[in-house]
Design a protein around this ligand. Structure first.
Ligand code: FSX
Length: 374
């Protein structure tokens, strides 16, 4: 009999552990909020989770720095313990599991056999394909071979980190090992990319939770990332955005602009072209994120971010046209024009990106928008 039929439901597991329904509903409310679901969805999520059985998870690591797993183990909601013991059955992870060597490999093979076609494959790191894949070997096999074997029976693959999602650091120019993204090596398999170097722990955990709750791959963007977490740019949600709109920029890390908390665009911030939840979910239990700490966004959730020139050079102007946004120079001119003439400059007509429109429906108006109405 397959393991899934023997596995208790998540509700039964919680009962055995003495977890009260009340605290579980509280937990689901926090999760629904993280996933941007309406308040009533929390109860539906709780009921779905209680009736669900934990999916078997096989977690593989290839070329990476282990920052992604370090990140996941710092998830506050759900905590890693909650995720592993209550929501998924982590049957193989050579970094976290107690077993090692042949015993660990046997555990993986057994879990894959018992859950063939149903298990979730989670991967961090890029896979080197140069010279037959010899640059990553474990248990006498190449990473290429291990990935192919494990992907075959997986229901879906979740790539954790920019290395697994897009190649990341291992594939940075000149890419000596010919490292590749997982999605390019597993044709026909549903892939979800949770990018970031490392990804936000709550985003990793939230993506896994969403899969367990719904039993399907979530809505994805053009880079196969869950839109619930990657639907807005850092720039869209940045608390320094009003300074950008007014053309107020820090020019160095210790000038008056930096001290006043002005926009970091001219110090190389990649927020306008980076899609992730750093500005809303933040890090370390929502304490802060890089821009809040005074450092420009490096764009680590985007493909090829290592190869886009200096982290401290402003984004070249052509990108702004593509994003449907105004350049800082345009924003400055607009703000100056509004101040001098007090005229109804059509800032709104310039800022015509669809993301901007969505943001306007949700947020208080910026100062330049107010000026536009005067
Ligand atoms: Fe890459 Fe992750 Fe950056 Fe490191 O597993 S996304 S180098 S944080 O560890 O893969």
């Amino acid at each position: 009999m397959a393991r899934l039929e023997l596995e208790p439901t998540i509700g039964e597991l919680l009962d055995r552990q003495g977890v009260s329904r009340r605290s579980f509903f509280k937990y689901c409310t926090a999760m629904a909020s993280l996933l941007a679901l309406p308040p009533l969805a929390a109860r539906a999520m709780a009921e779905q989770l209680l009736a669900a059985r934990r999916p078997s998870v096989i977690y593989l690591s290839f070329q990476e720095c282990t920052g992604c797993l370090e990140s996941l183990t710092r998830s506050f909601a759900p905590t890693i313990e909650n995720l592993i013991f209550n929501v998924v059955s982590l049957d193989y992870d050579d970094t976290l599991m107690a077993a090692a060597g042949a015993q660990a490999e046997q555990a993986r093979e057994q879990a894959m056999r018992a859950n063939y076609g149903k298990y979730l494959l989670v991967v961090d790191g890029a896979v080197p394909t140069g010279d037959g894949g010899v640059y990553h070997c474990a248990a006498g096999r190449t990473g290429l071979d291990i990935l192919a074997t494990c992907a075959k029976g997986a229901a879906a693959i979740v790539c954790v980190g920019t290395c697994a999602s897009f190649g990341g650091l291992p594939s940075a120019d000149p890419n000596p090992t010919d490292a590749r993204a997982i999605s390019t090596l597993v044709p026909g398999k549903p892939v979800v990319n949770v990018s970031g170097c490392p990804p936000i722990p709550e985003v990793i955990a939230g993506t896994l939770l969403q899969y367990v709750t719904s039993g399907r791959v979530p809505d994805l963007d053009e880079h196969l990332r869950p839109t619930v977490f990657f639907g807005n740019s850092i720039h869209d949600r940045c608390y320094r955005r009003p300074f950008y709109d007014q053309g107020k920029f820090a020019k160095t890390f210790d000038d008056a602009g930096a001290r006043n908390g002005w926009c970091l665009y001219e110090l190389g911030c990649k927020g306008p072209t980076t899609y992730n939840a750093c500005a809303t979910v933040k890090w370390n239990n929502a304490v802060s994120f890089p821009i809040q700490s005074g450092h420009p966004c490096l764009g680590c959730a985007e493909p090829d971010f290592w190869d886009h020139g200096s982290f401290y050079s402003p984004i070249p102007s052509p990108r702004w046209g593509k994003a449907g946004e105004v350049s800082p120079a345009q924003a400055g001119a607009i703000a100056a024009g509004a101040a001098v003439a007090g005229a109804a400059i059509g800032v709104g007509s310039v800022l015509l990106g669809r993301r901007r429109i969505a943001r306007r429906q949700q947020e208080p108006k910026s100062q330049s928008d107010k000026g536009n109405e005067e």
